[in-house]
Design a protein around this ligand. Structure first.
Ligand SMILES: Nc1ncnc2c1ncn2[C@@H]1O[C@H](COP(=O)(O)OP(=O)(O)OP(=O)(O)O)[C@@H](O)[C@H]1O
Ligand SMILES: [Mg+2]
Length: 234
């Protein structure tokens, strides 16, 4: 589904990633963990062509998508939910969802898609005409994910969906992510909250200083270093 091959990337002359290799199969949930500033967000931004790639390749469904424009990536079925609940505060929930529907030309179809997407998010369904700024943190994160779903992604890139949320809301978000995955989307999640995220992961990568330090299935969690650094020693 997605193959990140020896990616070296960064921002202008500031190199952040040094030869990152990752793989994601169809229907998989892959979680990328690592300390602050390791370059986790930069991995997602490299896939989505929001960082400068100096070397390496990104392959999606056997097609080289390295450096192709972001709107074309969306057309190919890749959606990105950036870090930090990026919603349009001065727009309503419904308007936010409409913003996610720019691939759909017909108004009726947009309406239909919105109804379809909010079926997954009962809280949003009740607040369609509310300004996004009036939503709770968890609801804003749900809205950011719902907006990405308007594009019918086959590959969903999520950057720290649980950031700053209470344990209960976090659990809801992770459950939602599992539901979206079961409906057919492959998901690549960046998470600080390794403990929760790894529960839903098929595979895990650990990024340190712009390099993959470790990867594997849940068994890598038994590794002492991971336990102590990322899972609080439990
Ligand atoms: N647009 C940008 N321009 C310049 N430098 C950037 C930009 N975005 C990120 N950086 C730098 O790249 C490095 C890696 O940042 P990145 O956001 O990828 O880390 P991260 O692992 O996601 O961290 P966090 O856990 O804090 O979100 C940091 O030193 C950061 O300051
Ligand atoms: Mg980040």
């Amino acid at each position: 589904m997605l193959e990140i091959k020896k990616i070296e990337s960064g921002y202008d002359k500031l190199q952040i990633l040094f030869g990152v290799n990752m793989k994601l199969d169809p229907n998989e949930i892959v979680v990328l963990i690592g300390p602050n500033g390791a370059g986790k967000s930069t991995v997602l931004k490299s896939v989505f062509n929001l960082a400068n790639i100096y070397k390496g390749k990104i392959i999606y469904k056997n097609k080289d998508i390295t450096r192709i424009p972001t709107h074309e990536l969306i057309e190919l079925g890749i959606s990105f939910v950036p870090q930090g609940r990026q919603v349009f505060n001065t727009l309503t929930v419904k308007e936010n969802l409409e913003m996610g529907a720019f691939l759909i030309n017909e108004k009726d179809l947009v309406e239909k898609k919105i109804n379809e997407v909010v079926e997954h998010f009962p809280d949003l369904k009740k607040k369609m005409n509310e300004f996004a700024s009036n939503l709770s943190g968890g609801q804003q994160q749900m809205l950011a994910i719902a907006r990405a779903l308007m594009q019918d992604p086959q590959l969903l890139l999520l950057d720290e969906p649980s950031l700053g949320l209470s344990p209960k809301v976090m659990k809801d978000i992770f459950q939602k992510i599992v539901d979206i995955n079961r409906e057919g989307a492959a998901i690549l999640i960046v998470e600080q909250n390794a403990k929760q995220a790894v529960k839903i992961a098929d595979r895990i990568y650990v990024l340190e200083d712009g390099k993959i330090a470790m990867h594997g299935d849940k068994k890598i969690l038994k590794h002492e270093k991971i336990k102590h650094i990322y899972l609080g020693g439990h």
